[in-house]
Design a protein around this ligand. Structure first.
Ligand SMILES: [Zn+2]
Length: 122
């Protein structure tokens, strides 16, 4: 867990993956929930930030701190609560543009925007 938060504080999103059964472990946990192995590797997801893509599956209507909150499902199945900077709605393809740890609340945050300029066929 220290690895996860340490990386996140530097703007790097890491996921835990079990070396025994390859399960992606989310939320991050030092023990695999499927095979109970503690042989976990931490994988950096964003050597370049635009590689973390997902889909908004629920979006809050209210604006808080100039951003909207959305439940995002990443391509690897991870679901997390993120902030959306633009008008992305439910079903929109989004890309992570930032992450870190809030300096006051000490909680992780993830920031997304629409992938509208992407011409992929998703
Ligand atoms: Zn496992």
């Amino acid at each position: 867990m220290e690895i996860f938060f340490d990386a996140l504080s530097r703007g790097i999103f890491t996921i835990a993956r079990c070396r025994s059964c390859s399960l992606i472990i989310w939320p991050p946990n030092p023990v695999c929930r499927r095979c109970l192995s503690s042989d976990i590797e931490w994988v950096e997801m964003n050597p370049s930030m635009d590689e973390i893509k997902g889909k908004a599956i629920a979006v809050a209507d209210s604006y808080i701190r100039d951003a909207r909150f959305a439940f995002i499902e990443l391509e690897n199945g991870i679901r997390l609560l993120g902030r959306i900077l633009d008008d992305a709605g439910v079903g929109s393809q989004v890309v992570m543009v930032g992450c870190g740890i809030d300096s006051s609340s000490k909680k992780p945050y993830y920031i997304f925007k629409s992938l509208s300029d992407c011409t992929s066929n998703v």
